[in-house]
Design a protein around this ligand. Structure first.
Ligand SMILES: [Zn+2]
Ligand SMILES: [Zn+2]
Length: 323
């Protein structure tokens, strides 16, 4: 057995790159080197994105694996070369006094092996400290689980996102005034409209991430990426997994409104806001005809936030069987 000494260095902030071994995820994140060594257990490391749990030796990034393979190949080459040198030298010695045969060996080019510390990728922006175990880690975008203790921060992330979107909507009047001073009335109005329309997408994607993570605690099945963007599908998944559908927490009117707003957002995002027959069919919206453009009012977005908060609150109250 050959032992290959490989040194991994942390980046300037002291973080160490890791990658989720779950084939469907492969999420890359960073964890503080000291915490990786001292806090994280050998048996259980949690993926911040998908929650996959695995032993601590499985979390190499592709880049680290490539570097290690190179290091190992070089090391093996120089090892073999060394062994070859040794056996030829022996042969040379053993044939020294031989009248009939003489072997001489000149060692050829030797692969030298230098063990460079393997590099880490650039430092990332988002630093997080687990409120439960104080482990420091870093991700791009949002994360849901602490890599060390698995503490789930999704509920905080979800509530915070909805609050932020609500605040943004309620300050639109103020924003419009400010933007009017710098960009003129027309620009200001269309910028604020774009922000309001965008807020629907923000609410829906906050819900989608929240629902995905919560769903996973009830079902071994993996939901597809967009399942929770479709009210009917999300409802069916929760019903199948827990015996409780959206109507446990929402009235029929609220579910209809939720569905309509989800469909409106779809049209805004994928059809420039222009109503088509598919929208009319899926949303059951009687107020538009084909070819018109969707208009979003503040109260629409506020209503959606209210419904999603109510639904989220209900889903949070569901108890997983494992508990
Ligand atoms: Zn993962
Ligand atoms: Zn933690």
């Amino acid at each position: 057995m050959i032992n290959i000494p490989v040194t991994f260095n942390s980046d300037e902030k002291g973080y160490f790159d890791r990658e989720c071994p779950n084939e469907n995820c492969l999420f890359t994140f960073k964890i503080h080197m000291d915490d990786w060594k001292e806090k994280v257990s050998d048996e259980e490391v949690h993926c911040p994105m998908c929650g996959h749990i695995d032993t601590s030796d499985k979390w190499w990034t592709q880049q680290q694996l490539d570097s290690m393979h190179k290091v190992a190949a070089n090391c093996a080459k120089s090892y073999i070369q060394g062994e070859l040198d040794k056996s030829f030298k022996q042969l040379e010695r053993s044939t020294r006094g031989n009248k009939f045969m003489k072997i001489t060996y000149k060692p050829g080019y030797r692969t030298t092996f230098i063990n460079n510390p393997l590099g880490q990728s650039e430092e990332w922006e988002q630093d997080i400290q687990c409120p439960n175990c104080q482990t420091r880690y870093s991700v791009i975008g949002s994360a849901y689980f602490c890599p060390c203790c698995g503490f789930n921060v999704i509920e905080d992330v979800f509530d915070e996102s909805l609050d932020n979107i609500g605040k943004m909507i309620s300050s639109l009047t103020e924003m419009e005034d400010l933007l009017t001073q710098t960009h003129g009335k027309d620009k200001a109005v269309s910028m604020c409209r774009a922000m309001l329309e965008g807020s629907l997408g923000d609410v829906i994607s906050a819900y989608q991430k929240f629902a995905e993570v919560k769903y996973k605690t009830f079902s071994p099945k993996t939901a597809r990426v967009n399942d929770f963007q479709i009210v009917e599908k999300g409802n069916a998944l929760f019903f199948e997994a827990t015996g409780k559908g959206y109507n446990t927490w929402l009235t029929d009117d609220e579910i209809d409104t939720m569905n309509m707003m989800f469909q409106r957002r779809h049209v805004l995002e994928h059809n420039g806001g222009i109503v088509d027959s598919r929208y009319l069919e899926k949303s059951n919206d009687q107020t538009y005809t084909v070819g018109q453009r969707i208009v979003i009012h503040r109260k629409d977005a506020e209503k959606l936030i209210e419904i999603i908060k109510k639904l989220g609150h209900g889903i949070k109250g569901l108890q997983s069987d494992e508990c």
